[in-house]
Design a protein around this ligand. Structure first.
Ligand code: FAD
Ligand code: MLT
Ligand code: ZN
Length: 427
């Protein structure tokens, strides 16, 4: 857990107020930590020393919604779940969803380039965010809040701020493309006998469900044990080494159900899947999703958690979990793997009763070197924040890191925006 000791939190209501705050801080060299819902997992929203917290909590207004194009324009402090409800009432959905939806802000989502549970279907925020309004370190308001699908006029500056974790500017408003709300959603929860079968089920799934597949998530038996033990959730299928959550979203219930049934017949018949259940109603679908979405919460109740969020070639996604289980043996309480298998994103988590330097030494830099050895990413979707900033070099060459420092110096020459975050500490 990252802890700071800030004495000031400011909660502006408008971009103009953010601009005045930043101009003031820039003139006086005061460090500022932008903060959304404070749900980030790498300490980016937590002041390290005495940074002023600039919270978007009161910037929570929807500016406009176009019911033909599905383009939503809103302030950065809108809570994701509230936006989801807002667009669903108008027959659209947000292109992203994540377990922290009840607290995280859309500005925080964009600042971290959050991936989440709908990435497989709707892709990255780098595609769905159409425009941003950003206040720069010196208080300049940069209005790139367009709502155009296509715009090749010059450099696409908004991309610089997507995933910049509050180090290059404060995002004050977002224009985002929302897909139509699918008329039919099906959720299946499956048990698999091994990881090889998980991979084959994924291939079969892509082949048979193709255009209606909207999520392919996995969790191992250790995760299931934790959600049962700490959250008293019920396992709806036979105990298995791996579990899969498959979601389809489409426009015809009859067509989708038939396709899903054929897929289930195929994977159950061939032994790739040993047991499965399908949600017949919304509340069962939510109960199945809870098994996957609440793993983070269950882990936090298991003791001290070492969290790793890795992109890896999908065939090797689970190798590191098995390797670490053997390597750490009794040093760890649990070594578990879950994540967005459809996106090649593993969440590797290790728990212990309390923090242990010996366990940390056994994990790092081993996990990062292992990942770099397979040309993976040491942060697939959570960012680097405070906790992971020194791992950047495992996934980016020195020339890229150098260029990042140059961009930082250009946009924030006095280094007031979220210092100590994202870019590595310099010797
Ligand atoms: P914060 O935590 O407040 O801030 C995160 C970073 O963004 C900080 O560096 C902060 O300085 C910066 N920031 C915040 N707002 C702004 C702004 N307006 N302008 C500039 N910078 C800003 N992430 C995923 O990618 N996929 C998941 O599936 C996922 N699931 C999660 C599930 C749980 C239970 C939890 C607790 C977290 C999960 N996350 C996931 C982590 C994820 O990064 C965040 O939940 C979310 O995107 C952060 O939004 P926030 O508003 O809470 O931002
Ligand atoms: C998830 O997919 O559940 C999140 O990214 C949170 C986590 O990794 O714990
Ligand atoms: Zn995730």
């Amino acid at each position: 857990m990252a802890r700071g000791c800030s004495q000031v939190m400011l909660r502006p209501r408008s971009s103009e107020e953010v601009s005045r705050i930043l101009r003031h801080c820039h003139e006086r060299n005061l460090a500022v930590n932008p903060q959304g819902g404070n749900t980030g997992l790498v300490g980016g929203s937590v002041p390290v020393f005495d940074e002023i917290i600039l919270s978007t909590a009161l910037m929570n207004q929807v500016t406009s919604f176009d019911s033909v194009s599905g383009i939503l324009v809103c302030q950065a402090g809108c809570v994701l779940e509230k936006l989801s409800q807002y667009v669903q009432e108008r027959d659209f959905v947000m292109p992203l969803d994540l377990g922290a939806k009840g607290s995280c802000h859309i500005g925080g989502n964009v600042a971290t380039n959050a991936g989440g549970l709908r990435f497989l279907r709707y892709g990255s925020l780098r595609g769905t965010v159409l425009g941003l309004e950003v206040v720069l370190a010196d208080g300049t308001i940069l209005d790139c809040l367009t709502s155009l699908r296509k715009d090749n006029t010059g450099y696409d500056l908004k991309q610089l701020f997507i995933g910049s974790e509050g180090t290059l500017g404060v995002i004050t408003a977002v224009s985002i493309l929302c897909p139509p709300r699918p008329k039919a959603v099906n959720v299946a929860f499956l048990g698999c006998p091994g990881f090889a079968e998980v991979l084959q089920t994924f291939s079969t799934c892509k082949g048979m469900l193709g255009e209606i597949l909207s999520a392919f998530e996995f969790m191992d038996a250790g995760c299931m044990q934790l959600v049962q033990q700490h959250l008293h959730l019920h396992n709806p299928v036979q105990e298995s080494p791996f579990y899969l959550l498959v979601e389809t979203s489409g426009s015809s219930a009859e067509h989708d159900t038939e396709k899903l049934s054929c897929f289930l017949e195929q994977v159950l018949g061939s032994g790739l899947v040993t047991d499965g259940t399908v949600a017949a109603d919304e509340s069962k679908a939510q109960a199945l999703w809870a098994l996957r979405e609440r793993i983070t919460e269950a882990l936090s109740r298991d003791g001290y958690v070492y969290k790793y969020d890795l992109s890896l070639p999908v065939e090797q996604l689970y190798d590191l979990v098995a390797d670490l289980r053997a390597r750490l043996s009794s040093l760890a309480r649990h070594v578990v793997g879950y994540g967005h298998l459809g996106d090649g994103n593993l969440h590797l988590n290790v728990t212990a009763e309390t923090f242990s330097a010996a366990l940390l030494d056994a994990l790092e830099p081993y996990v990062y070197a292992w990942t770099a050895g397979r040309r993976g990413s040491v942060s697939a979707e959570h960012g680097l924040g405070f906790r992971k900033r020194d791992t950047l070099g495992h996934s980016k060459p020195p020339a890229a890191v150098q260029l990042m420092w140059q961009v930082k110096a250009l946009l924030d020459p006095r280094g007031i925006l979220n210092p100590y975050k994202t870019l590595p500490a310099r010797a």
